[in-house]
Design a protein around this ligand. Structure first.
Ligand SMILES: Nc1ncnc2c1ncn2[C@@H]1O[C@H](COP(=O)(O)OP(=O)(O)OP(=O)(O)O)[C@@H](O)[C@H]1O
Ligand SMILES: [Mg+2]
Length: 262
C-alpha cells in the first residue's frame, strides 16, 4: 500500500466518526452533511423524528451503506478506503441490535445467541456454550434458552438480540430503538440491563430511541438529528437542561417549533 493511500485509510484515529456525510436514495436526500464523533466508552443516544435518517446513520457506521460524499471512520479506518475483506473484519467488532431483535425464527434462543460464534470463530462447542450461558444469564434469559422466538415476549426478544450482539465482545454496540414496542416497565428493565452490561464491558454504545425516558436513563451524550443533520449534540446533563429550541421541542413533544413534519 502506498503511503498516500495508507494515510487516507487511517481515518482520523477516532473509534467512530462520521464526517460531513451525504446520502440520497433516488432524488430523496436523507443524510445532509451529517457529522458526529462518538465518544469512546460512552453511551450516546441519538434522538430525532421518524424518517430523519437515524437507522441510515447506523447502517453507515457498520458499513452496510456507502455515503455519496463524506467519511465514515471506525477504529481509526476510513471504512470506504479499505477493501471489503477488511471492512468485513471491522464489522465483527460491532454488535448490532436491530429494531425487532432480528432473531432467526427457526432457531431457539440458545442457537440464536450462539450463531455469531459458530459463524465467525472456530471455537469448540464447549467454549461457545460457556459464552452463550454467560450472556443469557446477563440478560436474564437463562431459563428461556430452549424457547423459540415465537414463544417469547417482545422484551425477551430484545434481550436475546442484545445477548447475541454481545457474544463476540464488540467494542461498539449499536441499538436501533431497543425500546420500541415495549411497555414502560420492560423498557426500564432493558435499560437497566444496558447500563449494567455497559458498566462491565465499557464499550462505545450508540442508542437510537424515541423514548425520552430511555435517553434520560442511559445517555452520557445526546445527539439530535433532523433532516439528515445533527442539530444538537452535547453531554446528557446539558442536553436535558438546554434552551436549544430543537431540543426543547423534541423533549417536550411539542408540535410548535423548528422541527417540522417535512
Ligand atoms: N435503502 C433505502 N432505500 C430507499 N430509501 C431509504 C432506504 N433506507 C432508508 N430510506 C429512507 O430514508 C429516510 C430515513 O430513513 P431511516 O430509516 O434512517 O429513518 P429513521 O430516522 O430511522 O426513522 P424511524 O424513527 O421511523 O425509524 C426514510 O424516508 C426512508 O424511507
Ligand atoms: Mg429507524
Amino acid at each position: 500500500m502506498s503511503s498516500a493511500v495508507s494515510a487516507e485509510a487511517n481515518g482520523d484515529g477516532k473509534i467512530a466518526s462520521v464526517r460531513d456525510v451525504y446520502k440520497s436514495f433516488g432524488s430523496f436526500q436523507v443524510m445532509n452533511g451529517l457529522s458526529l464523533d462518538f465518544k469512546p466508552g460512552a453511551i450516546t443516544t441519538i434522538l430525532g423524528p421518524s424518517g430523519t435518517g437515524k437507522s441510515v446513520l447506523l447502517k453507515h457506521m457498520v458499513g452496510l451503506l456507502e455515503p455519496d460524499a463524506g467519511m465514515v471512520s471506525v477504529f481509526g479506518k476510513d471504512i470506504w478506503r479499505i477493501e471489503e475483506r477488511e471492512r468485513a473484519k471491522l464489522r465483527k467488532r460491532f454488535g448490532v441490535l436491530f429494531q425487532d431483535g432480528a432473531l432467526f425464527g427457526s432457531m431457539n434462543v440458545y442457537d440464536n445467541v450462539a450463531f455469531p460464534l459458530r459463524k465467525h470463530t472456530e471455537m469448540p462447542e464447549k467454549d461457545v456454550g460457556e459464552i452463550v450461558t454467560y450472556r443469557l444469564k446477563e440478560v436474564g434469559l437463562e431459563a428461556a434458552w430452549k424457547k423459540f422466538p415465537s414463544e417469547i415476549s417482545g422484551g425477551m426478544k430484545k434481550r436475546a438480540g442484545f445477548a447475541r450482539a454481545l457474544v463476540l465482545n464488540p467494542e461498539i454496540v449499536l441499538f436501533d430503538e431497543p425500546d420500541s414496542g415495549l411497555d414502560p416497565v420492560r423498557t426500564s428493565l432493558l435499560n437497566d440491563v444496558i447500563l449494567k452490561i455497559h458498566s462491565e464491558d465499557r464499550g462505545t454504545y450508540v442508542v437510537v430511541t424515541h423514548d425520552i425516558r430511555t435517553a434520560r436513563k442511559v445517555s452520557d451524550y445526546v445527539g439530535l438529528i433532523w433532516q439528515g443533520r445533527v442539530v444538537y449534540y452535547g453531554p446528557a446533563a446539558e442536553a436535558f437542561a438546554s434552551d436549544d429550541p430543537f431540543v426543547r421541542q423534541f423533549l417536550a413533544g411539542d408540535s410548535v417549533g423548528p422541527l417540522g413534519m417535512d
